[in-house]
Design a protein around this ligand. Sequence first.
Ligand code: ADP
Ligand code: MG
Length: 169
Amino acid sequence: MRDPHSPVTRALLVHRTEDEAGTERAGLAWGALLGPGDVVLLNGDLGAGKTTLARGLARGAGVEFGVKSPTFAIHLQYAGRMPVHHIDLYRVQSAGEFLELDVDEWFYGEGVALVEWADRLGAEAPARAMSVTLLDLGDDRREIHVTGPQAKVIRWAKAVGGVASLPER
Ligand code: ADP
Ligand code: MG
């Protein structure tokens, strides 16, 4: 069902990968579509592939080397076609801690923001963001669910040879 309060129609893309390289390839394809102001929210259990996908997204956004997990730093910044902020909120517990972070620069600056454990953002998550959830299907198989503004989801779907649908609510 559509949310009558939503300013834009949202759509869903489901993409499966068979191994780590497949997830990174999907990120590379989607990262190539990113531009200034884009935000990608990444959720999924530990080991689901958030960092792997973020690495592909960063490379697709023009970052040439050295994308690793920012778990201990919370925030790492890379130079791509535009600044790429890679954020990991795993260790951010309280709202007070959260307010000390430079969220405005990450989400409303000139760069792209890739956010692991993005559920921690709660209502601070920008409505325009692409929201990605990774599910571990066992062994090396992963299912990647992408929701976001319909036009963007359709472009992401084409980039991996898939199709977008309206999300189930
Ligand atoms: P997260 O950031 O969600 O904790 P990582 O990307 O750091 O996850 O780790 C994912 C782990 O799962 C890596 O060890 C990777 O090799 C493994 N893996 C196996 N299959 C896949 C897949 N299809 N996509 C992504 N990672 C995979
Ligand atoms: Mg990670």
